[in-house]
Design a binder for this molecule. Sequence first.
Ligand code: DDH
Length: 291
Amino acid sequence: LSGSASETKGLFTPKFEDYQKVYNEIAERLEEKDDYDDGSYGPVLVRLAWHASGTYDKETGTGGSNGATMRFSPEGDHGANAGLQAARDFMEPIKQKFPWITYSDLWILGGVAAIQEMQGPAIPYRPGRQDKDMAACTPDGRLPDATKNQSHLRDIFYRMGFNDQEIVALSGAHALGRCHTDRSGFSGPWTFSPTVVTNEYYKLLLNEKWNWKKWNGPKQLEDKTTKTLMMLPTDMALIQDKAFKQWVDKYAKDESLFFKDFSNVIVKLFELGVPFEETTQQAPMVFKTTA
Ligand code: DDH
């Protein structure tokens, strides 16, 4: 019996090259499936990795990317996760092709690959997450509510263990993607280049004039010049709050500082609550991009 079972369970110990193969498969699929949204699944893959991780609570050690509990209906059906089925479906054939990787490691690798393939900074990656069952689903309400203000942002992100600078650096992810009326109820992209990682989000926050959008949907802002871009109330909080705004200023001026801080804080986000084996001292992996 040359057991494929023993290769997929237990005996097969994947190495860097094996993870690079999974990365390449994700990158190839991103390239192929360019008829989605603004031409890329990249943004929604980043959002999947963030929502898998952003449930972490440092007091109880619950939540976080270790578990991939969004596969199950209590958590998958949380309002904040609306639309992420598209990202999970995108990843499923990759899980079938590489059954040795856990969903929780795979979803985070999806976020890493998406950021790098969308011309973002290198995001060092460490595997080691284990899938959990539905009993580990987190309660609703752990992810941020876009209608709220800076005190809510601090409640949510301090609970995960982040500080003000890190909150602002993480929010730069809104250079990517868009809001969908059939998902969050909000509408539109934050930037003119929603499939490329840039510091445009900060520049637009500072340099555009933002007016309340007149429509029947939830309260959001639109840019005065083109009326095609958007900001959420929580995005505006970053320039209304002095401690936040000083970091918006810095990242708007210096894209390389943003790239460096974004990489560091995304690695921290993606590793919240993940019990890496202390003894193995595994060096983080940096994947080659396809470009
Ligand atoms: Fe976000 N985000 N996000 N976000 N987010 C939405 C889309 C995307 C908030 C609300 C929304 C982060 C922080 C916050 C991405 C990444 C990140 C949408 C629209 C809402 C609403 C969803 C839809 O309709 O499809 C709020 C509130 C916060 C906050 O308070 C800080 C962070 C930290 C990240 C991250 O990745 C680190 C991405 C990417 C998208 C675009 C998704 C897409 O499908 O396109």
